[in-house]
Design a protein around this ligand. Structure first.
Ligand code: NAD
Ligand code: ZN
Length: 236
C-alpha cells in the first residue's frame, strides 16, 4: 500500500475510473450482484434501445424501481475520499460509469459521467432534457411540450457515449500519471479499455476491488477489498 500511496500523493495528474462497486456500500445494487436483479430479468436485456422500443413501460418500471432504491442512498467514505483528493490535484478527472449522482453529492466537480445520469429524463421527440427526482404517476412518462415518450438520461448497451464526457476521459488517459480503477468489473466497453490505454503510455495503474477483474493483470498495484474502506487509506 505504501508505494501506491506515494504514487498518488506525488503525482500532479490523477485519473480515477469508478463503477457500480463504489456505490455498493451506499446500498446501490451492482448489476452483477444478486441485489441488482429485478423480476429475475437480466439488466443487460433491459438496458437497451431495443427493449425500450419493444416495451417502454416495462423498461420504465425497472428504472422507477432503481430510482426508488437510489433515492435514499447517500455517499460513503470512498466517494468522500475522491472528492477530497480532487481538491489537492492541479490536474484531475473522475470518470464514472455510475448514473446514481453520488459522486456529485459527495462534492466531486471534475467529473465525467460517461453513462449519463439516472435523474435526467430526455424526450425522444423534441430532445428536451430535465432533472426529475420524483416518481412518475403513469408509465411510460410523456413530454409536457410535445407528447413524445420520455426516456431515462442514461447510456444503454449499444449506444454511443456522450461525446463531451468521453472526449474528456480519453484526453485525460493520454496525460495522467496515475490511474485508479475502483469498483468496476471492467467488462463494459469502452471503459474496459481505459486502463490499457493509460498503462501503454507509462501511467501507474492501481485497482481497488474485492474481486479479480480483466484489468488486474496489467495493474502495478491491486487492493482487494471494499472501496469505502480502501480508498480513504489509499488517498489519505
Ligand atoms: P458491475 O456491476 O459490472 O461491477 C461492479 C464491480 O464492483 C465488481 O467488479 C465487484 O467486484 C465490485 N465491487 C462490489 N462491491 C464493491 C465494493 N464494496 N468496493 C469496491 N468494489 C466492489 O458494474 P460496472 O463495472 O459499473 O458496469 C456495469 C454497468 O452498470 C455500468 O454501465 C453502470 O452504468 C451500470 N450501473 C450503475 C450503477 C450505479 O450508478 N451505481 C449501479 C449498477 C449498474
Ligand atoms: Zn418533447
Amino acid at each position: 500500500m505504501n508505494a501506491a500511496r506515494r504514487w498518488v500523493r506525488e503525482c500532479r495528474s490523477l485519473c480515477v475510473l469508478t463503477g457500480a462497486g463504489v456505490s455498493a456500500e451506499s446500498g446501490v445494487p451492482t448489476f452483477r450482484g444478486p441485489e441488482g436483479l429485478w423480476k429475475r430479468r437480466d439488466p443487460m436485456s433491459l438496458a437497451t434501445p431495443e427493449a425500450f422500443a419493444e416495451d417502454p413501460k416495462e423498461v420504465w418500471e425497472w428504472y422507477q424501481w432503481r430510482r426508488r432504491k437510489i433515492r435514499g442512498c447517500v455517499p460513503n467514505p470512498g466517494h468522500s475520499a475522491l472528492a477530497a483528493v480532487e481538491r489537492e490535484k492541479p490536474d484531475f478527472l473522475l470518470v464514472t460509469q455510475n448514473v446514481d449522482g453520488l459522486h456529485r453529492a459527495a462534492g466531486s466537480r471534475r467529473l465525467a459521467e460517461i453513462h449519463g445520469d439516472i435523474w435526467v429524463v430526455r424526450c425522444t421527440g423534441c430532445g428536451r432534457e430535465r432533472t426529475e427526482r420524483d416518481d412518475f404517476e403513469t408509465l411510460p412518462p410523456r413530454c409536457g411540450s410535445c407528447g413524445g415518450l420520455l426516456r431515462p438520461g442514461v447510456v444503454w448497451f449499444g449506444e454511443p457515449l456522450p461525446p463531451e464526457a468521453s472526449e474528456a476521459a480519453v484526453r485525460m488517459l493520454t496525460r495522467c500519471e496515475v490511474l485508479i480503477v475502483a469498483g468496476t468489473s471492467a467488462v463494459v466497453a469502452p471503459a474496459s479499455g481505459y486502463a490499457a490505454v493509460a498503462k501503454r503510455r507509462g501511467a501507474r495503474v492501481i485497482e481497488v476491488n474485492p474481486d479479480e477483474t480483466p484489468v488486474t493483470g496489467i495493474c502495478d498495484a491491486t487492493f482487494r477489498g471494499k472501496s469505502g474502506e480502501l480508498l480513504p487509506v489509499l488517498l489519505g
